[in-house]
Design a protein around this ligand. Structure first.
Ligand SMILES: NC(=O)c1ccc[n+]([C@@H]2O[C@H](COP(=O)([O-])OP(=O)(O)OC[C@H]3O[C@@H](n4cnc5c(N)ncnc54)[C@H](OP(=O)(O)O)[C@@H]3O)[C@@H](O)[C@H]2O)c1
Length: 346
């Protein structure tokens, strides 16, 4: 099958590396152009990337020469599909310019997440929100599709199967890994043997994004904290329902949360987006690269229920499910949903 060439913006960053790794063995998308800052352009990818993933740099990207960001050049090349892992401030301008030039942008950044015509897409939860690209002008024009913030993604997937049972309050305490802060991130002096009780902007993102994705009216109180682990965010969640609920009902809702139809044809979507285990020591951030596809499942354990209150612990891989993997799954859904329009434009 002919592959669809794509561009990775921010390819040397932490999310960008995951794009490069996942796309290197993707059956449909092919990373043709890797873009980083001017400082690294012209260099061989393997020479300048600070690779931190627990897998080797893919052979087919090692020798790729990094390009600088030049929208005119990309326009001339004729590629359409862009995966963006740029810093948010830069993304605001760049992504809207790319959209106006007709590119299809799948973004990890928060820059445009809250625009009313831009979806925050999680295929297992709100696949219909992809239709917002038509409001942006697709197929005649380009568009931006975002995925949720890494913390929100885990929480949204855990809560989605429960929202038909009315939720009135959601509280969460998050224990977030340092890879969530990107590069250069936190200094080792600040984080080693320490916990930092504040992540700038994170709590408001969780509130706004959960409301947009789940369309719920519940009160949401997250407290987001940085802890000295490398990968994976752990979240302790408390949910208050409007009436008593049985533990078994919640377990069944998670168990029955399976993808079917068109979603089951997408390579990066797990058959069971949630994996629950009753072992008291489950889940732990060091497991976040497990699952099938790797890093795409949300692991949940420690469910306790007392009358109308439930608590549980989840782990989400912030770099895969919470960022690059989420974007790739979104692009797969786009491809399946608009196949005929896409191929005529490539
Ligand atoms: N880390 C996470 O867990 C996570 C989760 C969800 C969403 N996000 C979002 O994803 C985005 C990327 O995060 P990250 O953690 O990967 O950040 P990062 O490690 O700091 O990487 C940033 C990337 O952008 C590139 N870049 C910076 N300035 C540039 C410029 N002027 N032109 C072209 N490229 C430029 C960098 O290139 P150089 O290497 O050359 O500097 C690097 O490749 C952010 O918006 C972040 O909020 C991150």
């Amino acid at each position: 099958m002919q592959k669809i060439p794509c561009v990775v913006l921010g390819a040397t960053g932490l999310v960008g590396q995951v794009f490069v790794w996942m796309l290197s063995h993707h059956p449909i998308f092919e990373p043709q152009i890797l873009i980083a800052s001017d400082r690294k352009s012209g260099e061989k990818y393997s020479d300048v990337v600070d690779w931190i993933l627990p897998f080797p740099i893919p052979d087919n990207s090692k020798n790729t020469i990094i390009k600088k960001l030049d929208i005119e050049y990309l326009t001339k090349l004729g590629v359409r599909l862009i995966f963006s892992a740029l810093p948010s401030k830069l993304a605001k301008t760049v992504e809207s310019q790319l959209r106006s030039k007709g590119f299809w942008v799948f973004s990890n950044t928060s820059a445009m997440r809250y625009d009313s015509d831009v979806p925050i897409l999680i295929p297992e939860i709100n696949p219909c929100s992809l239709k917002l690209i038509e409001k942006q002008g697709f197929p005649k024009k380009g568009f931006v599709v975002t995925n949720a913030n890494c913390t929100t993604t885990g929480l949204a997937l855990a809560l989605a199967p429960l929202i038909d049972t009315e939720i009135i309050k959601i509280m969460a305490a998050t224990y977030q890994s340092v890879s969530g802060a990107g590069r250069p991130g936190l200094s080792s002096v600040d984080i080693m043997g320490n916990v930092i009780p504040y992540i700038n902007g994170e709590e408001q993102k969780v509130v706004n994004e959960l409301k947009k994705i789940l369309k719920i009216d519940a009160q949401i109180f997250p407290t987001c904290v940085r802890v000295p682990i490398l990968f994976g965010h752990l979240e302790v969640v408390w949910v208050e329902f409007n009436k008593p609920i049985e533990k078994q009902i919640i377990l069944e809702k998670w168990e029955n949360f399976k993808v079917n139809g068109l979603l089951s044809e997408l390579q990066s979507i797990p058959e069971n987006p949630i994996s629950y285990e009753s072992n008291e020591y489950f889940p732990q951030p060091k497991m976040s690269f497990l699952g099938s596809p790797e890093g795409m499942q949300v692991f949940i354990g420690r469910l306790n229920v007392v009358q109308n209150l439930a608590s549980f612990v989840l782990v989400v891989n912030n770099l895969i499910r919470g960022s690059a993997g989420g974007s790739i799954a979104n692009a797969e859904l786009f491809l399946k949903s608009y196949e005929s329009e896409i191929w005529t434009k490539l």
